[in-house]
Ligand binder design. Structure first.
Ligand SMILES: [Zn+2]
Length: 265
């Protein structure tokens, strides 16, 4: 089986994880910029992080035959200080032309605050200015539905083409909303919170196989870098044929990501 990990935070993982993912059939990993396991004290911390995403991680992945790509932004968790966030935004043009950059992400909301929303809108402006696709993070638990609605409204107000935006971390109560508006939807597979493999397959059965992907996040929390491969196995147990499984774990992400000029596998 071959698959794409469309949302994996490899800076939080060991090199063994790259090896395991390669053995499971992973051909490409896309890493959205996010929290680095700690709040950065200065804009220099982000400069180093963007360098890590665009230089070090692609080299680490290449040792295992995996292509590594990234998205750039300041995540909503660290965007509450709008002045600081704007300093980080000013770094993006310097990195946007690097050969493995896919677009702007993962931007979005964390606690649905005014400042987060203002910085979200400024990221959308940058994406429009540089003609970049967008990857979106939606908030957790009780903030998710409200945050998803706020995000969709902001994108509509900005006249963004929804087919070039993927809204990630959808669950049962937000998947329909996202897909009906013409956006792509991402499901994040977690052993405990967000979607378990079984819940993700249920969502596919309810909302169809169009414009939807699965990812493992493999971040700083309890998460499993092999979650996409394990969910593909779980789909096999439910008697999905090989072609349908490959559509979800490989063809769909490839179709979205090929809208990014730098994505090639
Ligand atoms: Zn993420």
């Amino acid at each position: 089986m071959k698959y794409i990990e469309p949302h994996g935070h490899m800076v939080s993982r060991t090199t063994d994880d790259y090896q395991k993912m390669a053995m499971a059939g992973c051909e490409a990993i896309c890493e959205p910029a996010f929290w680095a396991g700690y709040d950065r004290a200065s804009v220099d911390g982000f400069y180093d992080y963007f360098s890590q995403l665009t230089e070090y991680e692609p080299a680490r992945a290449a040792k295992f035959g995996i292509a590594h790509f990234c998205w750039l932004c300041i995540n909503p968790k660290e965007s509450e200080d709008a002045g600081f966030a704007r300093e980080v935004l000013s770094l993006i043009p310097e990195f946007i032309d690097k050969p493995s950059v896919l677009g702007i992400g993962e931007i979005g909301l964390n606690k649905n605050t005014k400042n987060e929303l203002a910085i979200f809108e400024e990221h959308v402006d940058i994406a429009k200015r540089y003609d970049q696709p967008i990857l979106i993070h939606t908030p957790h638990l009780e903030d998710k539905l409200k945050g998803t609605k706020l995000i969709i409204d902001a994108l509509k107000n900005a006249n963004v083409d929804p087919s070039r935006v993927v809204i990630d971390h959808v669950e049962e109560h937000t998947a329909g909303l996202v897909l009906d508006e013409g956006f792509w939807a991402g499901m994040t597979l977690y052993p405990e919170s967000k979607c378990t493999p079984a819940r993700a397959i249920d969502i596919l059965e309810n909302y169809g196989m169009e414009n939807i992907w699965m990812n493992s996040a493999c971040d700083w929390g309890i998460s499993d870098p092999l979650a996409v491969a394990k969910t593909a196995l779980e789909m096999g147990k439910r008697k999905y044929d090989k072609q349908t499984i490959e559509r979800i774990v490989y063809e769909n992400p490839k179709r979205f990501l090929e809208q990014c000029p730098n994505f090639k596998i």
